[in-house]
Design a protein around this ligand. Structure first.
Ligand SMILES: [Zn+2]
Length: 356
């Protein structure tokens, strides 16, 4: 069947505009103005994006299955203790889904590429908040329960998601309207320093990750004595932490393709490994969260602040709403055409006052 469909041809790095270039990836580029159909067809054709798409598309279904299992097996409507887990699992479905969609449709045009990845960053921000909400409910060490840090942890995490989405979007093109618009879509942060955009993007995700994980780092690396919640979940938290640092390392270094440009264009380049490590890390994180959730249930229900709609679903809705506003502003600037606008405003008025 597939042999009857003519698959689109692929290109080398010199045949596509600079905005589509990936560090040390020489071939396997799709057409920079692919149709939506061609983008979907590219799932079944080996390009330099194919495994980027599948390594996040398949895990979406795994986390969706986990989410449905919780919804069907537990009394989620009446048991507020399950709500943080639901938010986390929803965020763990959303970020690989948004990423696989972004990788699929990012070659429709330069503007579409930016918008696609703006949504990808928004979904990652939501995932970081999902992690914070579960850490606050199930993972925080006994010693910190009801502390000032615990009280402000979720509000700060919500604030961080907005900063993270905005900074990640900024890292692509700069400030909307002021530094880019419909006519100017060159990478503004990279004009002054070539790697600034990449550094800003790493910072945009490293900062909320490090903040969200303060309770985990304290629990497994620093805390000694009573109240440290030193249980069997700690091993899973270690696994997740190691994979998170490996994920960041792959994203930052572009290894292995930087050592042999062109050799890993289709299989084995850093972005695919980054996706795989991220997903395995999320899997361990989910296991750690579920284990802490069930082991500590009685103690947390008796001692911790109550889990409410506001500090779970409400915080998520606020964060997603704010991130969508940020994405809207950054996307709108891509379609804003100041030349056209000023031409229209210079047009002389007719005596009747009508412009046409
Ligand atoms: Zn990706």
């Amino acid at each position: 069947m597939l042999s009857l469909i003519k698959l689109p041809r692929v290109f080398t790095i010199n045949q596509v505009p600079k905005v589509f270039h990936e560090d040390s990836i020489i071939s396997g580029y799709r057409h920079p103005h692919s149709s939506a159909t061609d983008c979907v067809l590219s799932l079944f054709q080996l390009t330099n994006e194919t495994l980027n798409i599948w390594t996040h598309f398949l895990p979406t279904w795994y986390f969706l299955w986990k989410l449905l299992t919780v919804v069907l097996m537990q009394d989620v409507w009446h048991d507020a203790y399950t709500w943080p887990l639901l938010v986390f699992l929803l965020s763990a479905c959303m970020y690989p889904l948004a990423s696989s969609c972004a990788h699929t449709f990012s070659t429709m045009s330069a503007r579409a590429r930016h918008v696609c990845f703006f949504f990808d960053y928004g979904a990652l921000s939501f995932y970081s908040l999902g992690s914070a909400i579960t850490y606050s409910a199930y993972v925080i060490p006994e010693r910190w329960v009801n502390s000032t840090f615990h009280l402000y942890y979720i509000p700060i995490a919500v604030f961080n998601t907005v900063v993270c989405t905005a900074l990640a979007c900024y890292s692509r093109l700069g400030l909307p309207f002021l530094q880019y618009n419909h006519d100017i879509i060159k990478r503004f942060p990279e004009c002054n320093s070539p790697k600034l955009g990449k550094i800003l993007r790493i910072l945009a995700f490293a900062y909320p990750y490090l903040f969200d994980n303060i309770p985990v780092f304290y629990r497994i690396f620093v805390c000694t004595g009573e109240g440290c919640t030193d249980n069997e979940t700690n091993t899973l938290h270690y696994h997740h932490t190691v994979l998170a640092f490996l994920t960041a390392f792959l994203f930052a270094t572009h290894l292995p393709e930087r050592l042999a440009p062109g050799r890993f264009d289709y299989i084995g380049h850093s972005h695919q490994l980054f996706h795989v490590c991220g997903i395995i890390g999320t899997h361990f994180q989910m296991q750690a969260i579920e284990t802490d959730m069930s082991l500590r249930r009685a103690w947390l229900l008796a001692q911790a602040p109550p889990i409410t709609f506001a500090n779970t679903v409400g915080a998520s809705l606020l964060s997603v709403g704010l991130s969508l506003i940020v994405i809207y502003v950054f996307s709108l600037a891509l379609y804003w055409n100041p030349a056209k606008k000023s031409r229209r405003s210079r047009k002389p008025k007719t005596p009747s006052g009508s412009s046409n």
